[in-house]
Design a protein around this ligand. Structure first.
Ligand SMILES: *Cc1c(COP(=O)(O)O)cnc(C)c1O
Length: 395
């Protein structure tokens, strides 16, 4: 049996006529920059995420970049974030001449640890308050502990940019002013940054991204920055870039958005089935650490985070040999992420290499993502776990 890590063909087969119709509509309109398709998707995504405004952008990376530019982050500034995420989270900080200030993650969720964040912010205050933004990442499709993160950020007066690239539609219990509500990624910080890279839960037929916010002024600044800061046309009070979402992508994404909740549900069903199969195989919690949908860390809140499983990531001690075994048996898998950001060569400064983030480094050394896409069959899920069982138990 062959089980790819991700197969987009069944999704395409089901939606092909409607996607072709959407592409043709944009083609025939001859309006190829922004326009009604982008505006309509912006409204739909904002509503879906529980924010007031959406700004369509060229990628998740450009959403982060536009957010940081709109906050005028630059040389001398620090941006507090996690060392265990996709490179774009840090790359956008560095491109603006600012520097990341890393805080380790929590082992259960792989997300930034608010307790360590509190220590880092207290330290920064003593060193002249250089932290100008905080970027929590909702890794693999599960929200970071946003109640504590936004409370701390408010205490220090620092804006929060949610890197929600992997987490569109992920929900968590959120405490604000003593009340707990159920909130979606991208609705809790100043803004949320989303990616429509094809492997995300909502993926385009190319690159695309979106920023959500409920701050009217901030939405306007980001809108201006995606178009070279031109206001009006050919008059530039700020330097932005070309960060515009393509209307063909917007039209296709609007078709797919209608199916997103069903796809999330299928991924969550697959995750539950994996849990059951790993328990039956006697591997869960022993050879294999399964991903957890953690509780929001709120007294009295007993609801689990609503994880959308952009990735289903296990931790295993013999990661590299298990990976090879799976590949030899035609099971797709991937390491997210083999290196922490502070270990990346592009950070030439020794100052970063000397730092240590034990939880993130442990995750980088032992994480392995298994196939979780919605259209997986039960036979495929059974085969994946049986193949892993053979690795550990033989037979
Ligand atoms: C995918 C991703 C991005 C970047 O999105 P692109 O659309 O590929 O530019 C940023 N952050 C995280 C955590 C991601 O997974």
């Amino acid at each position: 049996m062959n089980v790819p890590l991700l197969d987009l063909k069944p999704q395409l087969a089901a939606l092909r006529p409607r996607i072709l119709e959407a592409v043709t509509r944009v083609l025939d309109s001859t309006g190829y920059i922004l326009g009604p398709e982008v505006a309509s998707l912006e409204q739909k995504i904002a509503q879906y995420c529980g924010a007031q405004y959406g700004v369509g952008l060229s990628s998740g990376t450009d959403a982060l970049l536009a957010a940081l530019m709109s906050l005028e982050i630059g040389p001398g500034d620090l941006v507090l974030t996690t060392p265990y995420t996709f490179f774009a989270t840090m790359g956008t900080i560095l491109r603006l001449g600012a520097q990341p200030l890393f805080v380790d993650i929590q082992p259960e969720s792989y997300n930034i640890d608010p307790g360590l964040m509190a220590e880092a912010l207290a330290g920064d205050r003593k060193n002249g308050s250089r932290v100008k933004a905080i970027i929590p990442v909702h890794l693999y499709g599960q929200c970071a502990d946003m109640s504590r993160i936004t409370a701390l950020a408010a205490e220090y007066g620092i804006p929060v940019i949610e890197d929600a690239a992997q987490a569109i539609g992920a929900e968590c219990p959120y405490e604000e002013n003593g009340a707990v509500t159920w909130r979606r990624a991208g609705s809790m910080g100043l803004c949320g940054c989303f990616s429509f890279f094809p492997s995300k839960n909502l993926g385009g037929i190319g690159d695309g991204g979106m920023l959500t916010t409920s701050d009217h002024h901030f939405a306007e600044v980001v809108q201006s920055n995606r178009n070279h800061g031109a206001e009006p046309k050919y008059y530039h009070s700020r330097v932005g870039g070309n960060f515009r979402l393509d209307p063909i992508q917007a039209a296709v994404l609007a078709v797919k958005l209608e199916h997103l909740d069903a796809w999330h549900a299928a991924r969550r069903r697959n995750a539950d089935r994996y849990r059951q199969l790993f328990h039956e195989a006697g591997l869960a919690g022993d050879a294999v650490t399964l991903p957890q949908a953690v509780y929001g860390d709120i007294p009295g809140a007993d609801r689990r985070n609503h994880h959308i499983y952009n990735q289903f990531v296990i931790l295993v001690a013999e990661r590299d040999s298990l990976r090879q075994h799976l590949q030899e048996h035609s099971v797709g898998c991937e390491i997210y992420y083999p290196l922490c950001l502070h270990q990346q060569e592009c950070l030439r400064s020794e100052q970063y290499r000397r730092q240590s983030f034990p939880v993130a480094q442990q995750a980088a050394a032992s994480s392995l993502a298994l196939p979780i896409f919605p259209e997986l069959t039960d036979e495929q899920l059974v085969y994946v776990v049986a193949t892993i069982r053979r690795f550990y138990r033989g037979g």
